[in-house]
Design a protein. Structure first.
Ligand SMILES: [Fe+2]
Length: 307
């Protein structure tokens, strides 16, 4: 696959200072006003002022200029504006308005993280020692941006733009709700497009070491402000990842995630439709209504900046 990484996203919010404070607490490092980096992925989040909350842009890493040429030809077939340079290409999803940038850059990736020794029945591997997960520690930091989920008023057209135009692969689909899990790397999904009455950002997700890191980080966020809680701890069906969702001051959900499925071979991967996987969660607390339909969705659809 010529696309190899979700490099970064830009989000727009009305309450920029408060939102920046949230992502500082979340574990991202602010390198400049509204610019945040992860532990291993570099600068992956930009926060700009905007009349209402939304995803403004996303950037994808590709291997070489031939990949840009291929995307340019495919996007041209679909119509729409394309700006091409030697090392990049810029375009825009005509439905959601999200700006999309492709950039030639070498492949990289997070450093392998240490794996905790965990005991199980008949499998005692940590003996005479407490789990490091219960000892005092620094708050875990997200290693990289994992995925972003957007609502689209024409999800089929947005899917066509990202798959047939930009070059995302389809990992899984949930036909009952018209949702498509798309990837631009070996991660199960880097982008999820789902139908909505208005184009909006549902959530961003950030990769943590493991489920303990998800728990520690989310618990610290809630200790500072319990109203941030949305949904978790649980394990998704599609994608298999552990999740815990929080709400930023603008109303965007931010997910701590770990153990997402990896797809290296399309032929070997079995789509969810052919398995017994639950479309939402294998286990976890009941899904809150506000997760499925965010409380400000009606206001957003009316064109109001809710927060
Ligand atoms: Fe997610």
């Amino acid at each position: 696959m010529s696309l190899h990484r979700l490099r970064s996203i830009t989000i727009g919010v009305p309450s920029r200072d408060a939102v920046c404070g949230f992502y500082r607490d979340f574990g991202l490092v602010e390198t400049g006003p509204g610019r945040f980096e992860t532990a291993d992925g570099g600068e992956q989040l930009r926060i700009q002022s905007s009349p209402r909350r939304n995803l403004l842009a996303l950037s994808v890493g590709v291997d070489d200029p031939d990949d840009l040429t291929r995307a340019e030809a495919n996007l041209s077939r679909l119509g729409g504006a394309i700006v091409r340079s030697e090392r990049g290409l810029r375009t825009r999803d005509p439905v959601t308005g999200v700006r999309v940038e492709l950039v030639v850059e070498p492949r990289g990736g997070p450093k392998p993280s240490p794996q905790l020794a965990t005991n199980g029945p008949g499998r005692e591997v940590r003996i005479d020692a407490r789990s490091p997960a219960v000892l005092a520690q620094e708050r875990p930091r997200p290693h990289k941006l994992s995925h972003v989920v957007v609502g689209s008023t024409d999800a089929a057209a947005s899917r066509r733009f990202f798959v047939e135009g930009v070059g995302f692969r389809v990992s899984d689909e949930v036909p009952a709700i018209g949702a498509s899990f798309l990837r631009c790397s070996t991660d199960h999904h880097n982008l999820l497009v789902q139908p909505a009455p208005v184009g909006f950002l549902h959530h961003t997700a950030w990769e943590m070491d493991d489920v303990d890191a998800v728990g520690h980080a989310a618990a610290a966020m809630l200790a500072a402000d319990p109203t941030r809680h949305v949904w978790g701890l649980g394990r998704h069906g599609i994608g298999s990842n552990y999740f815990w969702y929080l709400r930023d001051p603008a109303g965007n959900f931010a997910e701590y995630s770990s153990d997402l499925d990896v797809i290296a071979d399309d032929e070997a991967w079995k789509a969810a439709a052919s398995t017994s996987v639950h479309p939402l969660a294998a286990w976890g607390p009941p899904v809150p209504a506000a997760f499925l339909a965010p409380e400000d969705i009606v206001a957003l659809a009316r064109g109001e900046g809710a927060r």
